[in-house]
Write a new protein. Structure first.
Length: 249
């Protein structure tokens, strides 16, 4: 079956983990391979831009003696629905306490979900893949993902025949997406590398634990200098620049 009715969404926490692990760059090629199918909201772009320095600084603190700098930028993204319509929708969601997101947190998850619903409706999608470590989207039990029941019912109101697949690992999510849609996924890292990435990720502290005001200025200065000087960083930036699929295409 073709991928024209499918939507692949990867949450900001999974992009940020690419900055926090030494082998995260092994997932760039598989992401690039799915560029035509990945849906990225402006909220995800903004969140990555806000947190990428602190996420990378964490790796500098842990691995500074041997680290090869890794950095890339996610470009801006445009949407099909009007900002006012999205704001009204996610404010209603927040006021009612509906998932995803926590009541006292910023509205990012609610806005992201409203944009997914809008994309699902406007593009007449039927199948949705979500790759996220955020439990607000659902639960992973014995390797199987279960979308939050409230979110599932909302999606069914958009398309009663919808199918949803939830994963917490980029490699496994893309592998399943490719097997169901028939798209190519030849750039996936081998299982041995996937296990190494998984071991790194299992040791990661929660996002946001490192406050940039508390990071040594020497580390920040080293980051800034290396960002501009290393050709490897520029190559990774160009490789990741194709990750965003413009929904106006």
């Amino acid at each position: 079956m073709a991928a024209t009715d499918a939507l692949l969404f990867i949450d900001a926490n999974r992009y940020l983990d690419l900055y926090r692990t030494k082998k995260g760059n092994r997932l760039l090629a598989p992401l690039q391979e799915q560029v035509d199918h990945i849906f990225v909201t402006q909220q995800v772009v903004d969140e990555v831009q806000r947190q990428k320095l602190s996420a990378a600084a964490q790796l500098w603190v842990d691995e500074m003696p041997e680290l090869q700098l890794k950095t890339f930028d996610l470009p801006d993204h445009l949407f099909g629905t009007s900002p006012s319509a999205r704001e009204d929708a996610f404010r209603r969601r927040r006021a009612r306490g509906n998932p995803p997101g926590k009541t006292k947190q910023a509205v990012g998850d609610q806005l992201t979900w409203e944009q997914i619903l809008s994309e699902f409706c406007l593009r007449q999608k039927k199948r949705l893949w979500i790759i996220s470590r955020d439990s607000d989207f659902g639960t992973i039990y014995k390797g199987t993902g279960f979308l939050n029941a409230f979110l599932y019912e909302e999606l069914r109101r958009v398309n009663p025949n919808c199918e949803v697949f939830l994963f917490d690992e980029i490699r496994e999510g893309i592998k399943h997406f490719a097997s169901k849609t028939g798209v190519s996924a030849k750039q996936l890292p081998p299982e041995e590398v996937a296990k190494e990435i998984r071991r790194e990720e299992d040791k990661l502290p929660p996002l946001g634990w490192l406050v940039m005001d508390e990071v040594s200025p020497s580390i920040v200065n080293l980051w800034n200098r290396e960002f501009w000087n290393r050709a490897a960083s520029e190559q990774m930036a160009r490789a990741a620049a194709g990750l965003i699929k413009n929904t106006e295409d």
